[in-house]
Write a protein that binds this ligand. Structure first.
Ligand code: FES
Length: 233
């Protein structure tokens, strides 16, 4: 089948039929910032950090299929500022105390805040009161750090395919909940995988915080997105 030809920020790219803009960008070595997307999981389109512009329309690159002749704008000042504002909003909406977080240095939200050189958010801090809950024998759910990306809802399943996590309530009360019986059956390996799927420090495997020293953590080694061509860098 013929490849689809399109451009991202003027770079000529090629895509397979059915690929999303995000998948095709990656295949062409182009970085589009993202947060709720996780390789191997169906995209949820929930964070909108991957928003790109096609013509006069804005769309989530992780869910929008590529079409022939598309002219995609990605790393341009207004979209980058919009992404920065989304990161700032996530920081003020929860309680993200990076210096004491077990995921510090391995956190995608923190890595994006560094990318956008976030200092003082333009929005007021909300300081919500939220819980830390045990999830079965091996996991903790730190609701203060949850950004509602739904990766756990999509990705953490029992061996017979049942979803352990779900999203409950709406608007400011929306939160991640879980089935206690299913969570009780999660193995240590499944808990580690769940922690790795979480982009922030909301899902933590018990007993393994701060294992990697500062300087050797994931985003100490290389900034987020640095493996791709990035017009910003
Ligand atoms: Fe596309 Fe979150 S990465 S909406």
């Amino acid at each position: 089948m013929n490849k689809i030809k399109f451009t991202i920020d003027g770079k000529e790219c090629f895509a397979e039929p059915g690929q999303t803009i995000m998948e095709a960008a990656k295949a062409n070595g182009v970085y589009i910032p993202a947060l709720c997307r996780y390789e191997g999981l169906k995209p949820a389109g929930s964070c909108r950090v991957c928003t790109v512009r096609v013509g006069r329309g804005h769309m989530a690159a992780c869910t929008q299929p590529v079409a022939e002749g598309m002219v995609v704008e990605n790393i341009v000042p207004d979209l980058e500022d919009m992404r920065k504002s989304l990161i700032e909003m996530l920081f003020v909406e929860g309680n993200h105390l990076c210096p004491t977080c077990q995921k510090s240095g391995n956190c995608e939200l923190q890595a994006l805040a560094y990318r956008y050189q976030m200092l003082v958010p333009r929005f007021p801090y909300q300081f919500p009161v939220r819980q830390v809950e045990p999830v079965g024998p091996h996991l903790l759910l730190e609701q203060n750090r949850c950004i509602q990306c739904l990766r756990c809802v999509r990705g953490v399943k029992t061996t017979d395919g049942k979803a352990v996590f779900g999203s409950v309530k709406r608007s400011g009360k929306k939160k991640i909940a879980f089935d206690r019986d299913l969570a009780a059956g999660l193995s240590a390996d499944a808990a580690k995988k769940a922690m790795d799927q979480c982009p922030v420090g909301a899902l933590l495997k018990k007993e393994i915080g701060f294992m990697v020293p500062i300087g050797k953590r994931k985003f100490d080694q290389k900034p987020i997105g640095s493996e791709f061509e990035d017009k910003r860098s």
